[in-house]
Design a protein around this ligand. Structure first.
Ligand code: SF4
Length: 353
């Protein structure tokens, strides 16, 4: 109603969420600044800012400033006086991603096995709330302490001792993690006693290191002296934190160690050029290879309507993937606002049975 409905489905959903919130009457609209993450890229991801601004104007919220939340200089808003001090938040930002990825991993493994419905979700929600407090206090140490407690609490949830089919859920980032946007297929799969494994958010962010290296190699980017000095420092900082969290997570009964983003990139490079960086880019092929190595031979790849990027680097590489991983069963699902859930579910039925 307020946006251009020829853009991709996630962009429409996000604009809708924002306008819904502003129209709810719960906020003083004179006292609001809207911030949207901007990772940029070769698809509509670069245009969320413009789509939101235009949507707000159409909905009568002309005076609300919209700013880009971005780590680089390219997507900053000229009108903005809001500068995020990355030096102050970088540590907690890395911990936050690791903390939430690990909560997600534990919840995925436990919720499907739990004896009492909702027990795992209760633990998950409790630690999300506690995590928010720790982030507000800018305390990575508190997040790590909470992580230890979460491991113990998830381990204590009473579970059935059975074998569960595991399915990898990959695809467009918003659909992958948002229940509403993905028409609740994660919950539906769980209700059929299927363990749903979703790749960590961290990998989406770490692909920057691969992309940057690839782009410099191909002459698409230049290496600044600053960048050359900073990148190894940030890479080491992130990896030190990953090791800290893995040490804590090793106490979880279904713990699975992560795989380096460069290992995923190497497998992906057997399928397509790493210059494919639009949407989820080469990460989709890398994630399918990762699941194949782990013995997970069923993967659902969800794509939003209007996402040309994911059609090219997901469906477009199916033949090559099937040649490399003959046992891999890949189900591509297109998701849009008007889709009948039953059409998704009956295709999922075929896959799991
Ligand atoms: S990857 Fe697809 S869904 Fe995501 S912003 Fe780009 S075009 Fe839209």
């Amino acid at each position: 109603m307020y946006g251009n409905n020829e853009v991709c489905y996630p962009s429409t959903l996000i604009l809708g969420d924002i306008i819904n919130t502003l129209q709810s009457g719960n906020y003083d609209v004179k006292d609001i600044v809207l911030a949207i993450t901007q990772t940029g890229g070769q698809c509509r991801a670069t245009n969320y800012l413009a789509q939101i601004k235009s949507g707000l104007q159409n909905a009568g919220f002309r005076d609300i400033p919209v700013i880009a939340l971005s780590s680089g200089g390219s997507y900053q808003n000229d009108e903005s006086e809001f500068k995020l001090e990355w030096q102050k938040v970088v540590k907690i930002a890395i911990d936050l991603v690791l903390y939430s990825d690990n909560l997600q991993q534990m919840h995925s493994a436990i919720s499907v096995r739990e004896k009492k419905t909702g027990a795992s979700l209760d633990v998950f929600n409790f630690y999300i709330e506690r995590g928010i407090d720790a982030v507000r206090a800018n305390s990575p140490k508190t997040l790590r302490r909470l992580m230890k407690e979460a491991v113990a609490d998830f381990n204590n949830v009473l579970i059935h001792d059975r074998n569960y089919t595991k399915v990898g859920l990959i695809g467009e980032i918003f659909l992958k993690y948002n229940n509403y946007a993905q028409a609740n297929i994660t919950e539906w799969l769980r209700s059929k006693e299927v363990e749903v494994s979703c790749p960590p958010l961290l990998d989406f962010l770490l692909q920057f290191f691969v992309n940057n290296k690839e782009n410099i190699k191909n002459g698409l980017d230049e290496e600044s002296i600053m960048g050359k000095a900073l990148k190894p420092l940030i890479w080491n900082l992130i990896n030190r934190k990953i090791r800290k969290y893995e040490k804590i997570m090793s106490g979880f009964k279904f713990f699975e160690p992560s795989e380096s983003i460069f290992a995923k990139a190497e497998s992906a490079s057997e399928v397509l050029s790493l210059s494919n960086q639009f949407g989820e880019g080469w990460l989709i092929a890398g994630e399918i290879a990762h699941y194949a190595r782990k013995g997970v031979n069923k993967v659902v790849c969800i794509q939003p309507f209007g996402c040309i990027a994911n059609h090219i680097i997901a469906k477009g590489v199916e033949k090559r993937l099937k040649t490399l991983y003959a046992n891999m069963n890949i189900l591509y699902l297109d998701i849009d606002g008007g889709i009948a859930e039953v059409n998704l579910q009956n295709r999922l039925h075929f896959m799991i049975s």
